[in-house]
Design a protein around this ligand. Structure first.
Ligand SMILES: Nc1ncnc2c1ncn2[C@@H]1O[C@H](COP(=O)(O)OP(=O)(O)OP(=O)(O)O)[C@@H](O)[C@H]1O
Length: 296
């Protein structure tokens, strides 16, 4: 089901404009909300999860008024916040059992069936009787997803879930998310570009409370592909190139400095045409250089 956000705004009491007139349509499937720290992602996620009030705007999930009918939203929502506490002395099974009761799963045998299913799905069945305090970061995040999936939610919100996970756990977590994203609306909020590149068919970039870009991920990559130019430089030359070109990223590759320039035409100066990727879309957009416009 589609989530329609219209003209959503939020200013905190200290005057920080966390969201400025955001309008965004989020289709079924995995949606990536990408932005640097402080962009307003968590504020948006908390408003969608009914945990915070906005100042203005509307949000509909299908016909459901998300800002008005909070009880109904909570029935079909699964939310994995950025930081969530776990009771360290309770086992994974006991904790899920407790939440399942709160979700209204009162029939004991049915509850067991649901919990066992979730533990299998998140690859935690073998450690179900282990105390949560012994869990690694990756296990905690997978447990968080198991918890968020209780009650078979239609709308799932995960806020920065892969920060701090090792590469193997990240892949595992990605696979888990892509499995659940097939027929649900899943919003993944992150500052990690590859999370979105790997998982999300649609996405948006926000910064300083503003929506900068939204669309189908592959289309956004295609649209920038003709505008990215690359070359290696000596790092002492960086300011020379920065003065003459729109440099959107600087990275080290095997100890050498690779720079990407954004330009509609060949910028000369030793640059070669590069294949633009989602990082280029992200950096060019955040730098205020890029608006989506198809390549010829
Ligand atoms: N309770 C609050 N009171 C005042 N300002 C706040 C509050 N919560 C967030 N902010 C500010 O609002 C802006 C958006 O914060 P938010 O947490 O939504 O961003 P974010 O994109 O989720 O960043 P991060 O990844 O660092 O959590 C930031 O400037 C932040 O300092």
């Amino acid at each position: 089901m589609e989530l329609r956000i219209r003209n959503l705004s939020k200013t905190y009491a200290n005057g920080v404009v966390a969201l400025n007139d955001i309008s965004l349509t989020i289709p079924t499937g995995m949606f990536g909300l990408l932005g640097p720290n402080g962009a307003g992602k968590s504020t948006l996620m908390r408003i969608l999860a009914t945990l915070q009030e906005c100042d203005r705007g509307s949000v509909f999930f299908g016909d459901l008024d998300v800002l008005d009918d909070k009880d109904e939203v909570r029935r079909l929502l699964g939310y994995l916040p950025q930081d969530f506490g776990l009771y360290p002395k309770v086992t994974a099974y006991e904790m899920l059992d407790h939440f399942a009761v709160l979700k209204g799963l009162s029939h004991r045998a049915r509850r067991r069936e649901v919990i066992d299913g979730l533990l299998q799905q998140t690859n935690l069945f073998d450690v179900r009787n282990q105390k949560l305090g012994t869990f690694s970061g990756g296990m905690r995040q997978r447990f968080g997803i198991a918890q968020a999936l209780l009650g078979d939610p239609r709308l799932i919100i995960v806020d920065e879930p892969t920060a701090g996970l090792d590469p193997q756990e990240r892949v595992r977590f990605h696979n888990l998310l892509s499995d659940i994203g097939d027929e649900r609306t899943v919003i993944l909020s992150t500052h990690i570009v590859s999370d979105v590149a790997d998982l999300c068919s649609n996405m948006a970039i926000i910064n300083k409370g503003e929506l900068l870009l939204t669309g189908a991920t592959q289309q956004l990559i295609d649209d920038i592909s003709c505008k990215i130019w690359a070359r290696f430089i000596d790092k002492r030359e960086l300011s020379y190139f920065q003065q003459r070109h729109t440099i959107i990223s600087t990275r080290l590759l095997s100890g050498r400095t690779l720079i990407h320039a954004y330009s509609d035409n060949d910028p000369g100066d030793g640059f070669e045409e590069a294949i633009g990727d989602l990082e280029d879309v992200y950096f060019a957009t955040i730098a205020g250089r890029h608006v989506a416009e198809a390549c010829d």
